[in-house]
Design a protein around this ligand. Sequence first.
Ligand code: IPM
Ligand code: MG
Length: 361
Amino acid sequence: MDGKIVTIPGDGIGPEIVREACKVLDKIGKVYRHSFQYTPVLMGGCSIDEYGVPLTDEALETARKSDAVLLGAVGGDVGNSRWYDVAPDLRPEAGLLAIRKGLNLFANIRPAYLYGELADACPLKKEITGSGFDLVIMRELTGGLYFGERHTREVNGVMEATDTLTYNENEIRRIAVKAFSIAMKRRKQVVSVDKANVLDSSRLWRKVVEEVAKDYPEVELRHMLVDNCAMQLVMNPGQFDVVLTENMFGDILSDEASMITGSIGMLSSASLNETKFGLYEPSHGSAPDIAGKDIANPIATILSAAMMLRYSFDLDKEANAVEAAVQKVLTDGFRTADIMTAGGRQVGTSEMGDLIAENIK
Ligand code: IPM
Ligand code: MG
């Protein structure tokens, strides 16, 4: 198979972690006889420096013509960077939102899985994690507060800022269908998260999710308010299989879910549209404070590349091989700084990539 991949290394630790993921993909190519061709494009702060905008139309078109996009991270230090002294739509993160919207990547899948080896890095007590957890957050990615109308203005001498949260039934239906179909391949449970005790958008969300549920009689559906879900994630994470939620809630809950796996450096993600095309990126940010020091954890990006093999290239065996290699390296005791615990063997970014590539069988 020939795969055309657009890489977006981005800012901060982005280039280092994307390099390691490509190393692992190349090893997959060698062992399983595929060829992956990479076309790098700029997005985020590096694109602002080069072109004055966080994402050029050309970069978006190059991404659109590829089979899949592998993204590192974009953005810098918000409080202390020239990239933030400009209008919001010219900031690095605007590039990320533009590519999500421009390529209609409405379904964001973020798996959170506790590796037995990382139980000591998990901040929760052993009584709580019990036999571990394995959940996925299905986050709506192209609607809600992120893309609603917004403005800041002065009203009677007082500054006022407005953001709007809108969902139509079609947007809710298509993400619900994705959540139920992925649940069918897992433990057949969906928890739909909303704030239906306050928000109209949540009440519509609940109604449409219930309609979709009728087409999946085998899947058990529960509704949960978002504040309760935030609490349940740290009280009993093992109860969740697929968590379906809107954009902003999903942003917040996925950081929480990632942290209980031991480190945000472990959480991969896939952003999909209705076709096989997808954008794959770690759920964490660009971590400018540790950029260029060879200490960032590349595992989230490597696991995102595994999701790319599975969802965009239908290469399940190869995706399993990447996941097994990550598991093996953790079992062997290798750790990057963020997941380091007593008895582990600490390695840097590129050594972690080498080890995972070597273990591709
Ligand atoms: C994420 C990030 C982005 C988001 C930021 C960088 C705009 O936090 O992918 O979760 O909020 O979606
Ligand atoms: Mg986030």
